[in-house]
Design a protein around this ligand. Sequence first.
Ligand code: ZN
Length: 629
Amino acid sequence: MDILKKIQDKFSGEITEASFEGANIVLYTDNENFFKNGEGRIKQVVDEIKKRVELRADEKILLSQEKTEKKIKEIVPVDAEVTEIIFDVQRSIVIIEAKKPGLVIGKQGSILEEVRQATLWTPQIQRSPAIKSKITESIREVLYANNNYRRRFLNSIGKKIYADWDPSKKEGWIRLVFLGGARQVGRSCILLQTPNSNIMLDCGIDPAVGTGNQDKFPQLDVPEFDMAKLDAVIISHAHLDHIGLLPYLYKMGYKGPVYMTTPSRDLGALLALDFIGVAYKQAEKPLFSSTDIKEMVKHSICLNFNEVTDVTPDVRLTFYNSGHVLGSAMVHLNIGNGAHNLLYTADYKYVKTRLLDPAVTTFPRLESVITESTYGSKNDILPPRAVSEDQIIEAIKKTIERGGKVLIPELGLGRAQESMLVIEDAIKSGRLPNIPVYIDGMIWDINAIHTAYPDFLSTRVRSQIFQDKNPFSSEIFSRVGSPQERKLVFEGGPCVVLATSGMLMGGASVEYLKEFASNEKNSILFVCYQGVGSLGRQIQDGLKSTRMSSDGREETVAINLEVHTIAGFSAHPGRNEILSFFNNLRPKPKRIIVNHGEVSKSMDLASALYKLNRVETNVPRIMESIRLR
Ligand code: ZN
């Protein structure tokens, strides 16, 4: 069935082009009157075919960019504070970026409609980020470049989805092949196969394994995997153990779509660029280049939470909030027109944090669940968050009172923003004195991406950002961006420093450690997981001195500063959290598959889940497959 032709026939002559944008249908018209008044007839067709259809103006009749800018400035009230007007020329869309998006939209969209009628461009609205982000700007350049590649690419996806489209078909087998992240943490990668589809869920590396070791990458040499047949990649979130190999897939010639949330796209590009930088610093050849990251961005299809989209003729995807990091999603797949529903939780958090709401537990339908098990064993009971927050505040307070400085090594994407919120709140409420808080390394860029997507944050932080009380741009935080600025921190008075890397494996945090370590008035606070063998782990375990190089000379540094470990600050669910997630999960699944955990933790969790839920549980090994239907 050629769905596009069928639609085009309904509007004899009015439509110059009908094309797909992924699973959506877009019609272009060069008839100005039809563009302005054709809404009713479009709605009839939507009701008939039950698919999203959007009408846009053919580029031939669009007002020039220059005149459009002028018109927008006339129509939109000054109070809206328009910061930028971006033209997506390939798709006849104009993006209006403003500090107060509500004022651009107007009552029931009246102002947007006025812009549409006056310019014939289709206006979209975007909130101006409170902090500028270079990465978001260069991603835009890639997406809105003046060429037709992206429009053709999105059209080809739709063609594939609809080529074999038959909503009545419910038969067919479904299987999963575990390519990585099974009985281990790292290199998450699962292949989902049906008679019609080959879909990859996550495409990570194992950051703890050195380059040159094949175990750093998923097992892509299994007979089931054929890149030429891969229809789509779905990424749960931007951590390298879930997205790190994706640019490499494009380098190897993959040209298909990658589905993720918009923040995951931006964060993923940022972390992948940083990954290249780290490789160069260690005098290693990076796995991929910035060109490959660009390819990844060019082929990305971004979805909001709860937005349903067809990915292949027989698989429909919806992302749900997973509460783990900004933009992190649980992946819900409706397979074979409702024959089977699979939830891949990926990494999640099931308590409310300051930054994010807890993971969603209610789904339209559910037969199988794949769950992570990072802290899945009996002993993995995490202390309550309030206790952990008090520990952080107390440790800072004591250190400041005796005239010391506090170092908090942080992961690029993880708890840094959560720590910032805790400290900001403590200073605002008077629990901590008004001390300077310095932010060094990639954290600042990641803050910028957070402020650009308030809709993905907790209700509380979102409303703070909407009310111009953005906690991340609070004046208590200062960015440290150069060695000179760093020197001022070294020479200055009591303060708190948040710096990457999280395990003291290179990066800014090591520079601060070198300065702070010998003075017993100072403190170091570990808020994230410290890998075995890392400098952070050794200090946790009581290391008293270490060799460090400065200005090319090796020297011994005594470690006299006070060491604190905050256990309850993890972005992963503790054992009780996982069990209560399953307790509240609706509907009840018939099968639970456990992955993303050390083997003993995964096994321990699987047996507990079996006892509590009386459903089949599996703990697959890498290369093993499971048939779901
Ligand atoms: Zn993660």
